[in-house]
Design a protein around this ligand. Sequence first.
Ligand SMILES: *Cc1c(COP(=O)(O)O)cnc(C)c1O
Length: 418
Amino acid sequence: MKPLPFTKQEIEKIMQQFPTPFYVYDETGIRANAKKLKHAFRKVHGFKEYFAVKALPNPFILKILKEEGFGADCSSLPELMLAQKVGIVGENMMFTSNDTPAPEFAMAKKLGAIVNLDDISHLSYLEQSAGLPPLLCFRYNPGKLREGNAIIGKPEEAKYGLTKEQLFTAYQQAKAKGVKRFGLHTMIASNERSEEYFVETAKMLFALVQEISSTVGISFEFINIGGGIGIPYRPEQQPVSYEKIADGIEQAYHKMITKHGLPSLKIFMECGRVITGPYGFLITQVLHLKHTYKDYVGCDACMANLMRPAMYGAYHHITVLGKEQAKGHHVYDVTGSLCENNDKFAIDRPLPEIERGDLLAIHDAGAHGHAMGFQYNGKLRSAELLLRSNGEVIMIRRAETPDDYFSTLDFSALQRFE
Ligand SMILES: *Cc1c(COP(=O)(O)O)cnc(C)c1O
C-alpha cells in the first residue's frame, strides 16, 4: 500500500468543481521534502539544488520551491521565461540544454543564467550568438567509465556531454577567450536509487576538477552532479536516503579537497523527479470495463496525460479510491482511449475488483507527468490542482478546451483557401 494525502470523499468534493481527469499536487509533501533535502545537505559545501523545471513546469510549484531556497534548471527558452516569471534569475538559474538554438543561448545570457555547454563546438556558437558570459560550465560524459541506465542510456551511447579529452581543450579555449569563472557538470543516470552512485559521481568530478585545474591553469567554483535521484515507484521500494548521499559527498570532499588544501568548491544538484514526483497524482475515473482476451479497465485519462508507462514501460502504482484495503484479486490492463495499443497505465496489474465510476489515483505523477502531455488523437491536457497546506484546493493550470486545440489554426485562411 502506498499512502495518499487525500481520501475518496475529498476527491469527490474536488470533482464537483473540477471534472476528471486532473492532476493534484500536495504542497505539504513538496515543502517537507524540500526541507528534508536541504537539511541533509547542509553539511555539503555551498550546496544548492536547481530544480529541473522540465519535471513539473508550473509557476506555482516553482514559487513554492523558490521559497524553499531552490534555483531552477532550465533547458529551453520557455523554461527560462517561466523561471524568470517567478523571479528566479541570474545565477539561481542554470541553463542545461543540448542541440541548443542561438536565441535560447541569448536569453540565458541576458538573464545571467549559469550556462552549461553540452559540446565543445557550442563554445564558438555561444560566442557568436550571444557572446561569452563570465561564468561557464561544461557537461562531462564519462563514456565507458560509468554505467548509465534504461531511461538515460549508457553514457557512451548517450548524446550528451563532452568526452574527457574534449573537456581539457574546451576549458583551455574558454580561458583563452577570456572566461574567468568555471564549473563542471555531469548527468549520467536517471531514476537512480543507489546513494553510492551519486557519491561516486561527486568523487569523479572532484578528481577531474583537480586534473583540469592543474593542466589548464584555471580554478573551479562549483561542480554540478546533475539530477537523477530516483523515487520508489513500487510500493516495496525504499526512498533514497538524502543523508547517505550528503554524508558520502561530504566525506569525499574532505578527503579529496579539504585535506589537500585545494580551493573550495560549491556542490550543485539539479534533481526534478525526487523533488516533486511522489507528491503528484493523476486522478481518473473508470468509464468502461471490457472483457475480451484480457480484462480491461478504460479510464477517462490516457497516455496523453501520463506518458511514462507507455514511453519507458514505467511502473506507476494505482490505488482504487475507497478500496485501499481490498486485496488485488483481479488482474487488469488499465487503459486510456488513444488509438495506440501502448496506451496503458498498467499491464496485468492485480487490483481490487473495479466497477464503472471507480476513481483511480495514479501515484508518483508529480514529475515528468503532466509535463510530457500532448494532444495526439485530439486529446486535451488536464487541469493541475494544488492541495494547499491549509487544506484549500486551488487550480494552478486549467484543463485545455477544444479552443486550445484549434488556437494555432486559422479558419478564416481556410475559407480563402481553394
Ligand atoms: C532531466 C534532467 C534533469 C532532472 O532529472 P530527474 O531524473 O528528474 O532528476 C536534470 N538535469 C538534466 C540535464 C536533465 O536532462
